[in-house]
Structure formats: structure tokens, C-alpha cells
Design a binder for this molecule. Structure first.
Ligand SMILES: Nc1ncnc2c1ncn2[C@@H]1O[C@H](COP(=O)(O)OP(=O)(O)O[C@H]2O[C@H](CO)[C@@H](O)[C@H](O)[C@H]2O)[C@@H](O)[C@H]1O
Length: 617
């Protein structure tokens, strides 16, 4: 089917929206009329009017009212928001514009995620889901992000202040009851940010827990998120139009893992979402959403779908002789039902198919390896930009690095360390847990701190590591600072002020801090695993006719000795080989970290997802 984008100057812009009301879902959706699509980038150019729908009712294009012939000409070029289509076929521009102009395929994309910066963030998932949607929207896709409206009663609640209640309530049947769920919405940076509202998302702490540990009802809370995310494209008239059934769900990590299962088990049997596709994006396979098998009935899924989520712990992982190891595993359910599987680097996409990196799911992932791909994350180059960063005291760039020294001095002063611009300053930022190799840092820190260096750590997590940081600070007053907590401005100042960033992660699906570091002229010393191995190239001073190559050091194996060896080589290079150090900084700062490269690769995977029929239909 061809989609027509009509340029009709006399068209009266009245848009009637469908009200979605199906069994199991009560939609209370406003009718909006005379709606100008917010997606129109520049109103002086024209207004998007009525929607073109395919036979399933999904919107595949919009009518466009141009205000000037020049604007109509511009439209031929198909700027990011002038043409919106979730149709995979060629879009034809007709009317006065004479020849047809093929344009790229665009999709209606629905991110489902437990975190999206700046609204919520405890780690890299928040960064990715806060920036990749914007990059995809800028490339012409219609993008919605569905994430909880967390209210903790603290200052962070202000982040949701611009989101308005859409006055659309749905009822979700799960956990033996019926839950009322509301939607809030903010349109920002070309993206529809949709916040799922329910009392279980309103409590002190971070998205997953508080000082007493993980919340006991996380399975329930993220089950709600997934049900709501499946309804959102059907019931929410965002910018005047629902996204419709022909959309692409990107289910991020286990929290969103029920989405592909729901599509297969709850919607497709009733003819809904036949043309939708789903991709599970694995940011961290170590967290799978595993609960006792008896909780299956909480998901609101038909009983016959138990097999999709059913999972049996290996014998060695069972707690006692009578433990049958039976459990439900949400991420497993996503892996067996999603149309495709993505990870956040190529290295990690291979590692998860091995017994060492598969966290018990390696055989399952191997069985689906024809649809497994890895795409290295990009970063938000506006938020992480040393020449504009609002959190750092002095700005700098490759052309003028004096600001970096000023950042170093300011950091030493802020942390109460001796102000010594020449001493190697090493940093670590991250969650204090097994994944990040904190135990390796602990085992090597005493030796490292014998040297004339300074070492700064920012992180929160396991109490034993937090306590160690406090104790080490007391022992090495002039050399070590441990900042226990989660603090984004400080993380920027450490990234800018340090010379070296240490990341001895045991495994690392992608890793973002090494990318931020390189952009800030801070040299990463990393364990060469997963995305760290893919993104940090070890320095070779003899390459390129003696000019050198590489952006840091990626050491292997993960031992105290190899970490210290890599650190000492880095420290010696910093002290004695200034031109080499300058080359390392330059190569790191020059690299393209923007999401554009990754977004093109994502589009390729989207295309493949729609070429195949739904994996479970
Ligand atoms: N105490 C603190 N204060 C302030 N900021 C802090 C902080 N601790 C961590 N951060 C920030 O949180 C983010 C962490 O990102 P990472 O990619 O390193 O790890 P994470 O393991 O959370 O993400 C998972 O998902 C991402 C995204 O796909 C993958 O890159 C990664 O490998 C995978 O483990 C960075 O922006 C970092 O600055």
C-alpha cells in the first residue's frame, strides 16, 4: 500500500480520534479537535492534519498543510518531522510537488523502561533510555518512552513537573486484583515521554528499593508497567493521534520483559498487535526478574503460557535438597517471545551465548543467536560535553585544554585533597557491586596508594564496599577520597578532573563511563571485557610510524596484578611521556560518540524485525 501525504491548502483541520474500548480495557480518551501535531518541527512551514490509516486502523501517514510554496518544497526533502509513517513501504509525495520522492522508512517506536534520564536514573539504563529515543526521533521516527512516574517525596519529584495528566485511565488485571493506572505525558525533544502512574510508584527511595533493600513488590510494579505500556499505543492520543497497533516495542531489561510475552499471549490471539514487533534490549543479563514459580498467576497471563516464563535453577544453585528450583524468569520470557534480541555491544552479544557470560540463559540465547545483535551505545553528547558542561568549573576542548587542569585543581580542592596539578589523579565512578570489580580495586588499592598518586571513588551499593571507602579515606587522608552516594554533578566533575578512569568490571555489557572519560580527555584503564574491550583500544606507542595509537589500556585477565600493571604503565606514561599522553587524550576526544552511528544500526535491526513475521503469532 502506498501512503499519500497530501498538500491541500483548503483542507479544514479537524481531527477525530478513535476511542479505544476493548474487552479488559476501559479507555477514557478525550476527543481532540483542531489539533496541530506537535511533531511539526517548525510551525511556519505548515501544519500536519488528518491521519492516513491502513486497514488495521494503524496510522501510516499524515496529511500536511503547507503555508508556503517554499515550505512545500522543503517538505520534499522530508525533514525529520514533516513526514511520519510507520509503513515500511515507500512514501510518495503527490500533488503539485510533481515527481515522487522516496523517503526513508520510519517507525512508531515504543521504549519500555524502568529508567529514563533525566526523570529517573540509577545507572546506564537511564542514560540510554534518556538519549537514544531523542536520537531516533530526530531521525524521523515517532517515539514514545513508557516509564513509571516515580514520586519519592523529595526534590527529584520536580523532574516530573512538566508532565500533564492525560486523563486516560486503564484497568489492569494482575496479582489477583484490578489496578487503576493513569498516564502522564510530556512532549520534549521530539519524544512522547509517557509516565505510568500508580500508587506503587510513589514511595521514598530509588526506582528499585530503599535503605532496607529491594522493594518486595517489584515484580508487581513492573508487571503494571508492562501492561500499561502495551495499552499506551492503543489508547493515548499523543499529539492528537494514537500510535496504533503497528508499532515496534523496545523492551529494556527484565523490568520490561513481559511486553513481548503479553503481545504474544494476551493481544495477538484476539487479533491485536498482529503487525507489531518487539525487541528485547539486554543491558544487563545478570538481572532477570526471577521469583518463585507460584507468582506466575500475578502476571495476568493465560495459564497455558507458563512455559514461556518457567525456569528451573541448576542443581548447584538450589538452596536445599527439597528445593525443586522452579521459578518464573521474566527475562527468559522476553527472550523466548521477542522478535529480536539486542545487546549494547558486540562483544557482550557473544559473551551472553557462553556459559561464562550467559547467567544460565546461554543455551537459550544460543538457540536464538540468528536474531541476536550487539550495538555499542552512544552517549548524550550535549550532556557530556567538556566545552559546555554545566556541572564543571572550567570548560575546555581539544584546542584549549587549560580548563582541564582547572577542573583537576577544583576537584582536589572540593574533595580536600592536596592541590597538586602534577600528581596522577585516578577516578572510579559506578555501582559498588560484584559486576564492577570493586573487590579487585580493594585488593590492589593498598599497593596503588603507596605510589605518589591520588585516587577518588564515587559510588553506592554494597555496604561492605561503602565501609571500605570510608575506612580507606581515614587511612590515606592525602591520597584517597571515597564519596558514598549517587551524585550526577560530582560524576561530571570527577570525569573532567581526573587523568585516569579505572573500570575493572568483571563483565560490562557496554559501559558508559569509559566513553564519557575519553570525551573528557581522561584516559580509561579497563578490564578488556564486553563493551569495554570493544571501545577502549590499548595504547601502542610504536604504531603509526611512532605517532602511537590507542585510547587507553584494556587489561586481561581480571586480576589484581594485571590491573596494577596497567595502572603503572598508565601512570608512567602520564609522568614521563607527555607527548604520548597528549596523543592518547587527543584520540579519545576526537572520537565520535554521538548516538547517530548507533541509531543507524538500530534502524537496520528494526528493518529486519519487520521483514520476518512475528516470532510468536
Ligand atoms: N554514584 C554515582 N553517582 C552518579 N552517577 C553514577 C553513580 N554511579 C553510576 N553513575 C552513572 O550511572 C551510569 C552508569 O553507567 P554504566 O554503563 O557504567 O553502568 P550500568 O552498569 O549501570 O549499566 C548497564 O547498562 C548500561 C547501558 O546499556 C551499560 O552500558 C552497562 O554496561 C550495563 O551494566 C553512568 O552515567 C555513571 O556516571
Amino acid at each position: 500500500m502506498k501512503t499519500l501525504l497530501q498538500f491541500c491548502p483548503s483542507f479544514t483541520p479537524v481531527v477525530k480520534l478513535p476511542v479505544h474500548d476493548r474487552k479488559g480495557v476501559i479507555g477514557k480518551v478525550k476527543r481532540w479537535s483542531n489539533v496541530k501535531l506537535k511533531a511539526v518541527n517548525n510551525e511556519k512551514d505548515g501544519v500536519l492534519l488528518g491521519a492516513e490509516k491502513d486497514e488495521s486502523g494503524s496510522i501510516v501517514g499524515f496529511q500536511y498543510l503547507s503555508k508556503s510554496p517554499a515550505a512545500a518544497d522543503d517538505a520534499k526533502v522530508s525533514s525529520s518531522h514533516d513526514i511520519i509513517s510507520n509503513n515500511e513501504e515507500e512514501v510518495i509525495v503527490d500533488g503539485d510537488l510533481a515527481e515522487s520522492t522516496p523517503t526513508k522508512v520510519t517507525y512508531n517506536i515504543v521504549f519500555v523502561t524502568s529508567e529514563a534520564a533525566p526523570y529517573s536514573k540509577t545507572g546506564g539504563l537511564g542514560d540510554v533510555c534518556g538519549s537514544l529515543p531523542i536520537a531516533l526521533a530526530a531521525r524521523g521516527h515517532r517515539v514514545m518512552v513508557v516509564t513509571p512516574r516515580y514520586l519519592s517525596g523529595g526534590p527529584s519529584d520536580k523532574k516530573f513537573a512538566s508532565a500533564v495528566d492525560l486523563d486516560c485511565r486503564i484497568k489492569v488485571s494482575c496479582s489477583g486484583g484490578v489496578q487503576d493506572v493513569a498516564f502522564f505525558h510530556e512532549y520534549r525533544a521530539g519524544v512522547d515521554w509517557v509516565f505510568v502512574d500508580h500508587p506503587s510508584f510513589h514511595r521514598p527511595g530509588n526506582p528499585y528499593g530503599d535503605a532496607y533493600g529491594a522493594f518486595g513488590d517489584n515484580q508487581f510494579r513492573f508487571t503494571l508497567l508492562c501492561h500499561a505500556a502495551c495499552e499506551a499505543p492503543l489508547v493515548l492520543p499523543l499529539g492528537g493521534f494514537t500510535y496504533g497497533e503497528k508499532c515496534l516495542f523496545l523492551a529494556n531489561d527484565w523490568h520490561a520483559g513481559l511486553v513481548p510475552v503479553l503481545l504474544a499471549a494476551k493481544y495477538r490471539p484476539y487479533g491485536v498487535y498482529k503487525d507489531a514487533r518487539s525487541i528485547v534490549v539486554i543491558h544487563n543479563l545478570a538481572h532477570q526478574g526471577v521469583e518463585p514459580a507460584s507468582t506466575y498467576s500475578n502476571f495476568g497471563l493465560p495459564p497455558e503460557w507458563y512455559g514461556a516464563l518457567g525456569w528451573v535453577f541448576p542443581t548447584w544453585a538450589r538452596t536445599h535438597a527439597l528445593d525443586t528450583g522452579e521459578a518464573v524468569n521474566i527475562l527468559k520470557g522476553a527472550i523466548v517471545t521477542a522478535d529480536r534480541i539486542l545487546t549494547v555491544s558486540q562483544g557482550y552479544s557473544w559473551e551472553i551465548t557462553t556459559p561464562e557470560g550467559g547467567n544460565g540463559l546461554d543455551e537459550l540465547l544460543t538457540s536464538r543467536k540468528t536474531v541476536v545483535n550487539g550495538i555499542t551505545n552512544g552517549i548524550d553528547i550535549n550532556e557530556w560535553n567538556p566545552s559546555l558542561d554545566e556541572h564543571i568549573p572550567s570548560h575546555y576542548s581539544l584546542d584549549d585544554l587549560t580548563g582541564k587542569i582547572e577542573c583537576k585543581i577544583a576537584l582536589q580542592r572540593e574533595l580536600g585533597l592536596p592541590v597538586r596539578p602534577d600528581v596522577p589523579l585516578i577516578g572510579f565512578i559506578g555501582r559498588l557491586d560484584y559486576q564492577k570489580g570493586i573487590d579487585i580495586i580493594l585488593s590492589g588499592a593498598q599497593d596503588l596508594l603507596q605510589d605518589d598518586v591520588q585516587f577518588v571513588m564515587l559510588g553506592s551499593g554494597e555496604k561492605q564496599y561503602e565501609d571500605w571507602m570510608r575506612a580507606t579515606e581515614a587511612t590515606f587522608k592525602d591520597k584517597y577520597r571515597g564519596w558514598v552516594g549517587f551524585n550526577v554533578p560530582i560524576s561530571h566533575r570527577i570525569t573532567a578532573g581526573c587523568d585516569i578512569l579505572l573500570m575493572p568490571s568483571r563483565f560490562e555489557p557496554c559501559g558508559l563511563n569509559q566513553l564519557y572519560a575519553m570525551r573528557y580527555g581522561t584516559i580509561p584503564v579497563v578490564h578488556g571485557t564486553g563493551g569495554l574491550g570493544d571501545t577502549v583500544k590499548t595504547f601502542n606507542p610504536f604504531a603509526d610510524e611512532g605517532k602511537g595509537e590507542g585510547t587507553g589500556w584494556a587489561f586481561k585477565p581480571l586480576t589484581r596484578e594485571s590491573m596494577l600493571d596497567a595502572l603503572w604503565i598508565a601512570i608512567e606514561t602520564y609522568r614521563k611521556h607527555k607527548p604520548s599522553w597528549a596523543g592518547l587524550m587527543k584520540r579519545g576526544m576526537e572520537r565520535d560518540y554521538s548516538w547517530d552511528n548507533a541509531a543507524v544500526k538500530y534502524e537496520e535491526v528494526f528493518k529486519w524485525a519487520f521483514i520476518d513475521p512475528p516470532y510468536v503469532s
